[in-house]
Write a protein that binds this ligand. Structure first.
Ligand code: PAF
Length: 282
């Protein structure tokens, strides 16, 4: 696996590989890799000759008081995992290489970026969209792989790619879970052992809400199902930012007529913020 630190070097290497007829698959990450990231790399490996992974803890997607400084940086372990998963190139840009001090452009996917997590983390999704657009321009991949745990992030990137005619095929990849049901996340490392056991209740709440939506056949108001889930989570010691039954196309509140549903949730457990979701057809 080749390690590349500058945009110029990466472009030169990828130019050669493209000229040799190789397809380029891209997995953008912020490092601290877990089984969810490795599934992205393995999926990419099956679909292209050249797999590029980036590790860049992107400062513009962290708000004031969030965990940018303390975000886990585990480069040595990440390299080993990527080597074992079969990545070809690891791109490790510096902040000064990614962001010119005079930069004036921000990519903002209006509407979608202000909902759900966007309402609690103002500017977060502009930071994500901007860095992903920049990484797409740098890597120019044929395909790019994103985990569905970050469902809203995927919806925003899909909209950005459509609206800006970015020539990349997006590949959503299912969430990888612990045996308890807890979605794999770099932030799970912040949980104490008892919190980690408790955290699995978030997925339980999502599964139960899904069952109620399916079994009630629209008789039970979605707002009531959301309230029941929030009380269950409050009793279990969570503070809920949101627990919302949405239609998957635009993440607006679902109506009983909607068929493609995603239930999105964000909660706080102790000092840790967790997000998860469950998507299904009615
Ligand atoms: O999902 C992430 O790890 C990040 O938001 C991403 C897509 C790598 C952009 O920094």
């Amino acid at each position: 696996m080749q390690i590349v630190k500058t945009i110029a070097e990466l472009r030169a290497i990828l130019g050669n590989r493209r000229r040799a007829g190789e397809r380029i698959a891209f997995v953008p990450t912020m490092g601290n890799l877990h089984a969810g990231h490795i599934r992205l790399v393995e999926t990419a490996r099956r679909q292209a000759e050249c797999v590029v992974v980036s590790i860049f803890v992107n400062p513009t997607q962290f708000g004031p008081g969030e965990d940018f400084e303390t975000y886990p940086r585990t480069e040595a372990e990440d390299r080993e995992k990527l080597l074992a998963a079969g990545a070809d190139l690891l791109f490790l840009p510096e902040i000064r290489d990614m962001y010119d001090p005079g930069a004036k452009t921000v990519v903002s996917v209006k509407g979608l970026s202000d909902l759900h997590c966007g309402a609690f983390r103002p500017g977060h999704f502009d930071g994500v969209a901007t860095v992903v657009a920049k990484l797409f321009n740098i890597v120019q991949p044929d395909s790019a792989f994103f985990g569905l745990k970050d469902y809203q992030q995927f919806a925003i990137i899909r909209t950005m790619v459509r609206d800006l005619n970015i020539p990349v095929a997006l590949v959503p990849v299912e969430t990888v879970r612990e045996p308890s049901g807890l979605a794999m996340s770099s932030r799970n490392g912040y949980l104490t052992e008892p919190e980690k056991v408790n955290a699995a209740k978030l997925y339980r709440a999502l599964c139960e809400a899904k069952e109620t939506v399916l079994l009630s056949g629209g008789r039970e108001a979605y707002a009531d199902i959301e309230r029941q889930a929030q009380s269950f989570l409050a009793e279990a010691g969570f503070k809920t930012d949101y627990f919302s039954i949405c239609r998957s196309s635009d993440l607006a509140a679902a109506t009983p007529e909607d068929r493609e549903i995603v239930i999105l949730a964000a909660v706080r457990l102790g000092k840790t913020r967790l997000i998860d979701n469950i998507a299904f057809s009615k």
